[in-house]
Design a protein around this ligand. Structure first.
Ligand SMILES: Cc1cc2nc3c(=O)[nH]c(=O)nc-3n(C[C@H](O)[C@H](O)[C@H](O)COP(=O)(O)OP(=O)(O)OC[C@H]3O[C@@H](n4cnc5c(N)ncnc54)[C@H](O)[C@@H]3O)c2cc1C
Length: 419
């Protein structure tokens, strides 16, 4: 990565801002939140995220007219590096800022851009992603949620599942079948739907970590105005795939920088406990470090390949390589953390009377409640939480088997698998 004097000034600017602003009430937020820990001080992190936005530090790669800074790719990398280095809390605006925003910039109408992008950049509105359904996960083209145009509104009926942060979201971008009788990827539309209305019910699902970041979302005659379609009606598949490529590629930049902190902390733990004296663990730690360098280079190469990080058509195979690399690496880091922690990593303390088994996943769903109130029923330490949540890395955003399939057909030109 070639860093100019101007980029170094940019680095000094964001570093200085973070140092000055992660103070007072915000100082206590350092290290809070993130995958498996979204319940941690959610409201305070939202306030922090808005504070970040007020100084223009949320969607820095976006055009200035939509609330961005027109930052170059190098500057975006620098921003993520400095953000992670400072220990600033995990942001709550990921879905809007990293997934929907870039999709709207590429595919939205001028009105949609004006209506939604500034609100995302200012963190006035939070979003969730309504793709997966009970019968449509890896096979996303099997979506059966329907939307029918009735007058000047779409009426939406169906069920989504594994919808992250839906309890906190104001809006959902979702995939629905708008042409009755259509099959597979034809006849689908990409709709923007307000969450706060009769006809939308959110039920949290309890995860391995004991927290409930993802949810079932039921649409029962929910409504959204007719012009809330991104791309043409019936042609949502292309838009949905673009969001997925963004999700698998550029958007993970910040997340990967955070991995360096986790690895550094694990190495420090291994030194402190003496685990680093075990030659097998030393070997695995060194391999993890190498893996991280390879991943970073791969990510930068994939991004540098494009004329702009928000290019209309991100290369799906390159995005799949990035997703495969980080998800496997991070899952292995979770396993390594357990090995470094040793046998005590198998123990935890119950902090609520109700054990996990008393909450069947779907038969008796939990009451929807603010994320902050969703304390886990047992005390996990950072390594246990990392181990448990990283099992999900090779599933969400498209499972690793699906990424291998995309690489096989799109990068290697092998025949597509039969369904
Ligand atoms: C933490 C987390 C957060 C998530 N957040 C969201 C969200 O916000 N919004 C959203 O819409 N979804 C979300 N998801 C859902 C996620 O996208 C799906 O779980 C994923 O696409 C897999 O779908 P599935 O769970 O239905 O599994 P399935 O598709 O049923 O797959 C089950 C297994 O079969 C394998 N498999 C399936 N098809 C093939 C094939 N053709 N070849 C080889 N193997 C195959 C898969 O790799 C997997 O191992 C989230 C998931 C997790 C774990």
């Amino acid at each position: 990565m070639r860093v100019s004097a101007e980029d170094e000034q940019f680095r000094a600017r964001i570093r200085d801002w973070l140092e000055r602003n992660l103070a007072g009430d915000f100082a206590a937020l350092r290290g809070q939140g993130g995958p498996g820990r979204e319940h941690e001080r959610f409201e305070e992190r939202l306030a922090w995220n808005r504070h970040l936005a007020a100084s223009g530090w949320t969607c820095i790669g976006w055009p200035a007219e939509y609330g961005g800074q027109d930052a170059t790719l190098v500057q975006q990398v620098i921003f993520h590096e400095e953000y992670a280095r400072s220990g600033a809390p995990a942001r709550v605006d990921h879905m809007g800022a990293e997934l929907l925003g870039p999709t709207l910039i590429a595919y939205g109408t001028p009105e949609q851009k004006r209506r939604f992008l500034p609100a995302i950049a200012a963190v006035r509105e939070l979003w969730c992603q309504g793709y997966s359904e009970p019968g449509a996960g890896s096979d996303l083209a099997s979506v059966s949620t329907s939307a029918t145009l009735a007058g000047d509104h779409w009426v939406i009926t169906g069920q989504k599942v594994w919808t992250s942060l839906a309890t906190a979201a104001d809006w959902c971008f979702l995939l629905a079948r708008t042409e009755p009788g259509s099959r597979r990827s034809a006849g689908l539309s990409y709709l923007l739907v307000p969450m706060d209305q009769r006809g939308v019910t959110v039920r949290p699902i309890r995860q391995l970590t004991g927290t409930s970041e993802f949810n079932e979302v039921f649409f029962d005659g929910a409504r959204t105005p007719h012009d809330m379609v991104v791309g043409a009606a019936g042609e949502g598949w292309r838009v949905a795939l673009a969001t997925l490529a963004i999700e698998r590629g550029v958007s993970t930049l910040g997340q990967q920088v955070g991995y360096q902190r986790e690895l550094d902390a694990l190495i420090a733990t291994a030194r402190r406990t003496g685990a680093a004296a075990d030659p097998r663990l030393r070997d695995r730690l060194a391999r993890a470090w190498i893996g991280l360098q390879v991943m970073r280079e791969q990510m930068l190469a994939a991004l540098a390949d494009k004329s702009a990080p928000l290019a209309d058509e991100p290369d799906p195979a390159a995005a799949s390589v990035v997703k495969l690399l980080w998800s496997r690496w991070h899952r292995e880091l979770g396993e390594l953390a357990m090995a470094v922690a040793g046998p005590s990593s198998m123990l935890t303390r119950l902090v609520q009377a109700q054990p996990l088994q008393a909450q069947p996943l779907q038969a008796q769903p939990l009451q929807a409640q603010p994320l902050q109130a969703q304390e886990p029923p047992y005390d996990l330490d950072d390594w246990q939480r990392l181990y448990l949540f990283s099992r999900a890395d090779t599933i969400y955003g498209g499972s690793q088997e699906i990424q291998l399939g995309i690489i096989a057909s799109r990068a290697l030109g092998l025949p597509r698998e039969e369904r």
